[in-house]
Design a protein around this ligand. Structure first.
Ligand code: PLP
Length: 404
């Protein structure tokens, strides 16, 4: 069978072709099944959808604008560039779209305790925020290294009433935080819902998170049709686990004229342990509940990764992206740390928008592609988050001095 991208995946077992599925210890099978059933019930329940839509509008601040980047477009001299402004969501990134959906689901399931993993802290902040809002106990697992490099977000979570647990195992980053969250979940299944932060993990997480994030693409589609009277030629988004990218891409999957490009973290360059570009040198394997492309050595040991942006610094990629790439529906490239920093500064200086370092990877790809496209072509770049969390790191890197 030839691979054809369509809207009907995953199948009933949570597979996107050979990718996805549910690879977990026996003790998690039942809770995942329960979650799957309750999620699909909620998805088809107009009351649930109405409640979600209410909070997305009134609390998160949706819809986010699709903004024409006039000066960036002029400077590059090619395609017309639009920015999908997920950075304008409450808490500053797309993560809250998913966190809001999942907490409403947790409430529906009678759970009283919320756990989550976080890398850069954006998902932890989003989860702590919705937990505070609905009066739920909240515990966030975060690698000890990430706690140090994202201290601002640790304080935000604590102010919101969450308990932040630093994880000291292994590389002390996101992968270890996920392990710890899964361990907690096994132990506290009855009271606890695990709000996983990206389109990754065991079924139903990849499909559920995608569906909570597709609001990005649904809005962008309607907005570009209203502004330009036609579909865009290219969509560009950064890919960590893959939730902001799949959220933007999904409503366009069956529009063959719309090119989809995901941008991974090229780090210091494509050499072992210096990047997090799973489609450059990754191979098929199973990690943390799902089957996908993984950066691993010849013995299946997970390789360490590097990126200037903590949110893209993960050894595996969401299974639907693996599928879209094999089906040749989407293309995946990468931006190095240096190119991302350059794009970060360019967007700040030309458009007055300081993007998250993650989002700057998508902007970097746009800087390469836009000049080669005709002036009547249309690009949408997803600005997945704002850069406040990254300003001190970037200031250090580019050598900004405090005034004396
Ligand atoms: C977490 C994060 C990402 C990466 O996660 P995805 O699931 O791939 O979207 C990208 N951008 C921002 C701003 C983030 O906080």
């Amino acid at each position: 069978m030839s691979a054809v991208a369509n809207l009907n995946l995953p199948d009933a077992t949570g597979h996107f072709g050979p990718f996805g599925g549910r690879y977990v210890p026996e003790t998690l099978m039942h809770p995942l099944q329960e979650l799957e059933e309750e999620y699909f019930r909620a998805q088809h329940d107009p009351e649930f959808q109405k409640e979600l839509s209410y909070y997305l509008t009134e609390f998160v601040g949706r819809p986010t604008p699709l903004y024409f980047a006039e000066r960036l477009t002029k400077e590059l001299g090619g395609a017309k560039i639009y920015l999908k402004r997920e950075d304008l969501n409450h808490t500053g990134a797309h993560k809250i779209n998913n966190a809001m959906g999942q907490i409403l689901l947790a409430k529906r399931m009678g759970k009283t305790r919320i756990i989550a993993e976080t890398g850069a802290g954006q998902h932890g902040v989003a989860t702590a925020t919705v937990s505070a809002m609905f009066g739920m106990k909240c515990i966030i697992y975060m690698g000890a290294v990430d706690c140090e490099r994202q201290m601002l977000n640790v304080y935000r979570m604590k102010m919101l009433g969450a308990e932040v647990v630093p994880v000291h195992a292994g590389q002390k980053t996101l992968k270890e935080a996920v392990n710890e969250a899964m361990r907690d979940w096994v132990t506290n299944i009855r009271s606890t819902h695990y709000i996983l932060g990206t389109a990754y993990g065991a079924h139903p997480y990849p499909v559920m998170v995608r569906n909570f994030q597709r609001v990005i693409g649904d809005e962008a589609r309607a907005q570009i049709l209203e502004k330009e009277g036609r579909l865009p030629d290219l969509l560009c988004a950064c890919v960590g686990g893959g939730s902001n990218a799949i959220g933007l891409f999904y409503p366009f999957l069956e529009d063959a004229s719309v090119k989809l490009v995901g941008v991974e973290a090229g780090g210091l360059g494509i050499r072992p342990e210096q990047h997090a570009a799973r489609f450059q040198g990754g191979s098929l394997g199973v990690l943390q509940g799902t089957r996908s492309y993984i950066l691993q050595d010849e013995f299946g040991q997970i390789q360490s990764t590097h990126s200037v942006s903590a949110g893209l610094d993960y050894a595996a990629v969401g299974p639907e992206h693996a599928w879209l790439r094999d089906a040749r529906r989407a293309e995946y490239s990468y931006a190095t740390d240096d190119k991302a920093l350059e794009a970060f500064m360019k967007l700040a200086r030309l458009e007055g928008i300081i993007p998250a370092l993650e989002s700057a990877h998508a902007v970097a790809e746009c800087l390469v592609r836009a000049p080669k496209m005709p002036q009547d072509a249309l690009i949408i770049v997803n600005i997945s988050g704002r850069g406040d969390k990254d300003v001190s790191q970037v200031a250090d890197k580019i050598g900004l001095q405090m005034p004396q």
